[in-house]
Write a new protein. Structure first.
Length: 113
């Protein structure tokens, strides 16, 4: 089984409340690179989550989020994006760990580092 080299975050802003700018009304994607990470280690998984967090913030960023309502819309966008991305990131990690187990035997378990 081949592990994808990129996790593509397709963050669709569905709520009209979140579409405070024309840019936010469009579906956006952000590639999150993870080929350089050891996702079987806690440090690798933490680094992946940091990259995902940065990508979500970039996708949901609104330079004109000045009012409380606009900042709340941006926060809502981030929450929706995380919820959509979480299952895919879990699949990427599981595929990586499975591939590593096959390559190195059953001793390569997630979280042992």
């Amino acid at each position: 089984m081949a592990t994808p080299k990129l996790l593509i975050l397709s963050l669709t802003v569905a709520s009209t409340l979140l579409a405070t700018t024309p840019a936010m009304a469009d579906a956006k994607t952000q590639a999150v690179r993870h080929a350089d990470l050891d996702l079987s280690s806690a440090a690798g998984r933490e680094r992946l989550q940091m990259r995902i967090k940065q990508a979500v913030k970039q996708v949901c960023r609104s330079p004109r989020a000045l009012t409380l309502e606009e900042r709340q819309d941006q926060k809502n966008c981030e929450e929706v994006a995380y919820a959509k991305v979480a299952p895919e990131s879990e699949r990427v990690i599981a595929a990586y760990v499975d591939k590593r187990r096959i390559a190195f035997g059953d001793n390569a378990r997630a979280g042992t580092n």
